[in-house]
Write a protein that binds this ligand. Structure first.
Ligand SMILES: CC(C)(COP(=O)(O)OP(=O)(O)OC[C@H]1O[C@@H](n2cnc3c(N)ncnc32)[C@H](O)[C@@H]1OP(=O)(O)O)[C@@H](O)C(=O)NCCC(=O)NCCS
Length: 117
């Protein structure tokens, strides 16, 4: 995204408590076991997209999850978020018992003009 969208690298004016991206936001979800399989996470994600694009005016929204988290990836796909690539960050590698620094995460993105609203 950042090669063709230079604004993706711009940071927010206020760098406290941590540097934040000026034009894009990240969303995520977690649902208790007994509420899974009913579309609540997708509803949470859609509400996040509405807030990010329509209220906060974001140019893009991203969502990241461990590569093997098929349930979360399915939510991203239901929301129309497309795979943008992978990053390495601290987390659980599939099958491992301890977290490590370079676990593979997928990054999905939706640009404002791709958002049906
Ligand atoms: C990731 C997580 C939130 C996904 O939960 P989920 O229940 O699979 O997702 P949803 O709530 O969107 O439900 C989707 C299911 O409901 C069904 N569904 C029913 N009504 C629906 C509706 N109105 N809209 C969408 N889906 C609906 C879908 O067909 C799908 O069914 P399936 O399970 O047979 O594929 C859940 O696995 C979780 O909390 N995991 C632990 C936390 C986590 O990993 N979070 C992500 C970290 S990045």
């Amino acid at each position: 995204m950042s090669d063709v969208e230079p604004w993706a690298r711009q940071v927010h004016d206020a760098r406290s408590p941590y540097p934040a991206h000026a034009h894009w936001l990240e969303i995520g979800w977690a649902v208790r076991h007994r509420f899974r399989g009913q579309g609540y996470a997708t509803e949470i994600g859609r509400a996040g997209l509405v807030f990010a694009f329509d209220v906060l005016g974001a140019r893009a929204v991203v969502s990241c999850t461990l590569r093997h988290n098929d349930r979360s990836r399915a939510v991203m796909e239901r929301l129309g978020m497309r795979l943008a690539g992978e990053i390495a960050s601290r987390g659980l590698v599939e099958g491992a018992v301890r977290e490590q620094d370079d676990a593979p995460y997928v990054v999905h993105v939706l640009l404002r003009h791709e958002w049906p609203g």
